[in-house]
Structures are given as C-alpha cells and as structure tokens.
Design a protein around this ligand. Structure first.
Ligand code: ADP
Ligand code: MG
Length: 699
C-alpha cells in the first residue's frame, strides 16, 4: 500500500501542484499515445478543415471524447497561435478550467501557466507566453471589458455550451456580435448533448460536426419506493455495489461540498467497522473548492484489488471525465439557483435534476464497458416528476451583474440583445431597478461613475457597491476584508461533529459584543493576520485554513482593484461606519423582526429565518434585533439568511432615501409585543414604545 501512496504523491507533484516540473520524456510518449486513442483523434483533419472553412463550428461529442483537451491543441499545432494569438476555451466551472489546463500542459510537456494556462475568478495562472488559455465563461466575459473585440484571440471555444450558464449565454450573444466585424476570429461551440441544432440556428445555420462516442450499454436500476434520506440510501447502495459487484469504480452525485464531506465521514465510519472483510475503498471527493493538491487524486488509476468511490457534484456530469467508472449512483438532485423576479429574491436550493441530466449521469457508467446506474428514485418519479431539460440559468437568476457588465460594454438596448433564450422581461427590469437603487445607473439607465467603479470588481453589484461605498466611510481596508471573507465560497468556521461544543465556543468569541456576522468575519481575518497568518492559529480557533488563504488571495486582488478605481485604502475602527458601508450595498436585503421570531423583508412580504450558524442566534430569543440585513438566502428546510448583521432603521433612510421612505407609521408587529424590551427606562409592556417605523417603497 505504501508504495502506491508514494507514487500517488509523486504524481501530484508532477501534475497540478508543482507547476515547475514538466513530464519526463517517457511519460510524454505515453501521453502522446493516449491522445491517439481518443475518439476525436480520427476526426482531427476533418475538424481542422471545418474550422478553416467556417467561421463558426458547432461540435457535438460524448463526454470524454477529447473535445476540451484536444481541440485547442490541434488548433495550436495547426498554427492558430502564430504571432502570439491565443486560443481561448471557456468552461462553466472553475475546477474544470484548472484541471483541464493542468492535463493539457502535461500532454504538451510544458509548465502550467506558461504556454498553457488558466484564468478563473481571483486566480490567474497565465503569463505573456500563454497561447492556450482555459478559463471560466465568466472570466472571458470580463475580458470583453478590457478588449471588446477580443483582438488577442484567434479562436474562442465555448465549451460545455449545453450547460447554458448565464455567462455562457451572454458570451454567445457577444461573440455572435463581434464575429461580424472580426472575420478572422474562429468560434467553436461545443456541447455534450444532442441539441446542436439550437446552437446552429442561433449562429445562422452554422455547420455541425458530430463526433460519435464509444458508448456501452448501461443498466438502469430504480428504487421501488421513494427514499426519505437519499444520502443514506446512496451510501448503502455504494457499499452494496462494493460487496457484490465485479471491479469498477463508483461515481456518486451529491449536491455540494458539505454533503460530500458528510458522506465521506459516514463512509469512513461504516467501513472502519468492516475492517479487512471488504477490499479497500478509496474515497475521492471532488467539488468546486477542493484544494488543488487533492484534485489530481481523482484521476489516479485505482490500484489492483481496490475500488474508487468518487463523490462529486454536478461537475462530473459532463465537465470532467474520470476513467474507470462502471457504477453510477444518482440521487437525482443538484443545487440550483432560483430567482423570483417579482420579489427579487434569489436563493440556492437543492432541486430535482432534469431527465437530460440523469441521462448524462447514467452515461458516465458506460464509457469503458457495460455499466450500471442506480437511480435513488422510482421510475414513476423519473417519468412524472423530472423536467425534460434544465431551464437555462438566464431564465432563473438575478441579472444585475450581467446588466452591469453589458452596460459597461456600451450595450444599452438590453431588450434587443441577442439571447438564445431571452430572460423574462420582469427580471431585466428588476436588474435595472436594483442597479438604479445602488446608484450604478442613472434615471435614464446610463452607467454612472459609481457604476463604472463597481463594474471593475468581479463580484456581484451589491458587494461591489459596498466596496465602493467604503470610500465615503473611510473604511475600505476593513470592507475589502469583509468582502473577501464573504467571497471564499466555503465556510470559514470548522465544526467537526465530535467537537461541536468547542467549535461553537471558539466561534462565538468573534461575536463578542454582539457585533453581527460581518464584523465577526472581519475580526477573524484581523486576528489571523495578527497571528502572522498562522495555520496553528486556525487549528486552535476552529477556523478553516483553506478558506482563510483564499480570503487573503481575494483580498489582495480587491486591494489592487481599489487602486485601479482610485479609492484610497483607509482604515477605521468605527464599527458603525463599517456597517453603514455594508448597508450601502445590502440595503435591499433588509428584513425586520416579526412577532413569531421570523423576519420579513421590508419591501416584500417574504419570510426568512436567521441561519443557525449566525452569531445572532446565540442571543436570547427576546434580544433578537429588530432590523437586520443579510448577505444571502439559502433554502433548506426553511428559507435561511446567511451572514446577518443588525442595522439601525434610520440608516436606511439616510443611505437609501430613494428606496426606503420614512412614513412614521406605527408598526403593529411591536405595538402589543411583550417580548421587546427597548432599552433602559422602558417597561417592556409599555404601549408607548417608539416603534419601528414602517418603510415603503418609493422608486
Ligand atoms: P471531453 O471534453 O470530450 O469530455 P476531455 O478532453 O475532457 O473530453 O477528456 C479526454 C480524456 O482526457 C479523458 O479520457 C479524460 O479522462 C482525460 N483527462 C481529462 N482531464 C484530465 C486530468 N486532469 N487528468 C487526467 N486525465 C484527464
Ligand atoms: Mg469537456
């Protein structure tokens, strides 16, 4: 076992992590041979001809046929990067961009970040020498801001177009537009599913090239009855496969990092009891924030006699191909954003997948041989409950960020922007309304100076507004730390199951003085900085080291961007000033307390609860603040607000008078409340309590 582990570490060192090393020549030869076995290889010449003859080419091919790793290399070999022109390849997911770039740099025998690089939000691993650039679709969108005609690119490949992310859809519209006056620019749209006609129609009947994949049959097994706990059912199914089925790795689809980590723990716990009665199970998690050094692990060949279980999010549906998978376990869910354009509320929720997704998932089992897929739902569920396809993101998300980007590109006529599937008009209006409220657009919808500054930051408009507003409150230093802590994408606090009490005590120390979650995050960051960014300090305080490191990277970038928009780094220890800066961005996310202890949005009748992880939840129920703002909503068993801070209602009128108007109306929720002491000298039953004023919209 030991030698296997060592070999593994060696592979990691040669692969993703140590970008300084390139492959020894015998490994290069091996990779070269492997490249020739991919289904796309026999289409190399045809593909190059098609690209030469057509400005736009649609490519359809099964996942794993070699589209992402090979096409950019073929084009590079054919001379499309002469004169330093770049080939860009977009991916909807950051981890796919990183992983694929690492693989291609290995295949080409070059250092990652040199000829082959990747660019994802807050992380640029490219250099002047980079000619094959893998990036997230969102990053290419941002490049339009700097280079509106993408002059440095000879080819742009929009990969995984079937995912139809918001950024991909906007890119398709922009690329179609610039292709008209850049006849030398080649566009490749690649998709893993068969709906190529739609892409072709969008690009004026562009040519379609189909790469037939090798596909073996996959037996589909359904549950006889619906499962109450799909995580448990999935683990039982996996262990059953392990004990009863012939060799072959297992791929598991879960909805996110937390669920994957829980599953990992349960697996370890259950297999520990079995000891040597079963052969070795190697658990490999993969999700967006998985640290780079662990990413290579999922691609390592499984040692003889062992079985690999890959615990993945949607990422393994089409973005990444892991060789050797024979069994797929599909609980039938994924985490999706949903948006209600009427209320402007957006939340993440675990949602049933579509039939198209479940077919893709099952297909992962049949790449190298006859496979099996276990669906943890009934065939009746499949037929009657799953939608045929997933609704494109543009139709179920908040568009404020995209609208701000398009406005910055000088595109004013959003209604006539060419979307493959247009967003609901209501959602566009809502986005304009929000940007106007934030001061990014003026009354006639033109970008303001504030808006131009906001657009420089690769974060959502409310967050960028908070940063820009920190200038006024002279606390940009603190506010970018908070913004960075809010942008890590993973939790800051570590709460292992067996040490929850200790972890909670440690966490609440940062909340002393009842400062609210935003300030608590700032305190964590500052304390870590004070401790010289020490890892030991993180362990002692139940803080996730990785999240902190990421926060520091993000913060560094935000600091550089501040300079670009000419905002001085200024520091303040006035907590009220800092909270006001936060409020300047997040005033649309203000809610007030109701009698039953839940909160209701001020502008719309929408009820939400403070997430149990919030420091505010440590307060006695009767001390709950009357008015708070939140960072985001997540829907689990209830609609929860995450990252919550108390604010003073007066601030709303001061900061956003155009949004909240002081009516002075007595707020009935409190008029007869016995539970709301209002500070010294007042009895809690008093009827003359100065009540929370009612705010109504005035836009
Ligand atoms: P497609 O884009 O058509 O789905 P890819 O080009 O991603 O196909 O994959 C082609 C082959 O390269 C697959 O066999 C896959 O397993 C392998 N591959 C891709 N990325 C990596 C990686 N990071 N490490 C090891 N193998 C990889
Ligand atoms: Mg691919």
């Amino acid at each position: 076992k030991k030698s296997v582990l060592l070999e593994g570490d060696q592979m990691i060192a040669n692969g993703n992590v140590d970008v300084g090393k390139v492959q020894p020549s015998h490994q290069l030869d091996k990779l070269r041979e492997e490249r020739k076995t991919l289904p796309i290889y026999t289409f190399r010449e045809r593909l190059l001809q098609d690209v030469e003859k057509n400005q736009v080419l649609i490519i359809v091919g099964e996942t794993g046929s070699g589209k992402t790793t090979q096409i950019p290399q073929y084009l590079h070999e054919a001379g499309y990067t002469k004169g330093g022109k770049k080939i860009g390849c977009t991916q909807p997911r950051r981890i796919a961009a990183m992983s694929v770039a690492a693989r291609v740099s290995q295949e080409m025998g070059v250092k990652l970040g040199h000829a082959v690089g990747y660019s994802i939000r807050f992380e640029d691993c490219t250099s002047e020498k980079t000619v094959l650039k893998y990036m997230t679709d969102g990053m290419l969108l941002r490049e339009f801001l700097v280079e509106p005609d993408l002059a440095s690119y000879s080819v742009v490949m929009v990969d995984e177009a079937h995912e139809r992310t918001l950024s991909t859809d906007v890119l398709l519209g922009l690329l179609k537009d610039i292709a008209r006056y850049r006849p030398d620019l080649k566009l490749i749209i690649s998709s893993a599913t068969l709906d190529a006609e739609k892409f072709s129609d969008f690009f004026d009947s562009a040519k379609i090239l189909r790469i037939p994949g090798r596909r073996y049959p996959v037996d589909i097994h359904y549950m006889e009855a619906p499962q109450a706990d799909y995580l448990d059912a999935a683990i039982v199914a996996a262990l059953q496969v392990h004990v009863t089925q012939p060799p072959g790795d297992i791929l598991f689809f879960l909805t996110g990092q937390e669920e994957i980590e829980t599953a990992e723990e349960i697996f370890k716990h259950r297999t520990r009891g079995l000891g040597t009665k079963i052969s070795e199970l190697i658990i490999c998690p993969i999700y967006a924030n998985l640290p780079t050094e662990l990413q290579a692990k999922i691609f390592e060949p499984t040692p003889e006699g062992a079985r690999k279980v890959v615990l993945a999010t949607n990422i393994a549906e089409t973005s990444l191909t892991i060789d050797g998978i024979k069994y797929v376990i599909d609980p039938g869910f994924s985490k999706m954003k949903s948006y209600n354009p009427r209320s402007g509320m957006e939340s993440l929720q675990v949602t049933p997948i579509s039939k198209a997704s479940s077919m893709q998932r099952a297909g992962r089992a049949g790449r190298t041989g006859h496979g099996k897929c276990f669906r943890l739902y009934t065939s009746y569920n499949y037929d009657s409950d799953l939608d045929d396809t997933t609704v494109p993101e543009v139709q179920r998300t908040n568009l404020a960020n995209v609208v701000l980007t398009l406005k910055s590109l000088g595109i004013h006529d959003l209604v006539n922007f060419e979307f493959m599937d247009p967003p609901p008009c209501e959602a566009l209006l809502k986005a304009l309304e929000l940007l106007f409220a934030l001061g990014a657009l003026n009354k006639v919808g033109e970008l303001t100076k504030v808006g131009r500054r906001m657009a420089e930051f690769p974060v959502d408009p409310m967050l960028s507004k908070m940063i820009v507003a920190s200038d006024k409150y002279k606390c940009s230093d603190e506010v970018i730390s908070i913004a960075a802590m809010l942008s890590t994408g993973s939790s800051i606090f570590y709460r292992p199951k067996d040490k929850q009490v200790h972890a909670d005590t440690a966490r609440l120390r940062f909340h002393s003085g009842n400062v609210g979650d935003h300030i608590a995050l700032l305190k964590v960051y500052n304390a870590w900085k004070e401790a010289n960014y020490s890892t030991q300090w993180c362990y002692e305080n139940y803080i996730q080291v990785r999240s902190m490191k990421r926060a520091r990277d993000i913060r560094d970038q935000l600091e550089r961007l501040l300079e670009r928009v000419e905002i001085k780094l200024s520091s303040s220890n006035d907590l009220e000033a800092i909270k006001k800066a936060v409020t300047s961005g997040f005033f649309p996310h203000c809610v007030r307390l109701q009698k039953n202890g839940s909160y209701r949005t001020i502008k719309h009748p929408h009820t939400a609860h403070i997430h149990p992880s919030s420091g505010i939840m440590a307060l006695e129920h009767h001390l709950l603040p009357r008015c708070v703002l939140y960072h985001e909503l997540v829907l689990t068993t209830k609609e929860y607000m995450r990252q919550v801070t108390e604010i003073k209602p007066e601030w709303l009128v001061e900061i956003a008078p155009h949004y909240y108007q002081l009516n002075g109306v007595v707020e009935e929720d409190y008029s007869n409340s016995k539970k709301m002491p209002r500070g010294k000298g007042r009895t809690s039953t008093s009827k003359q309590i100065p009540n929370l004023v009612d705010y109504s919209i005035c836009v």
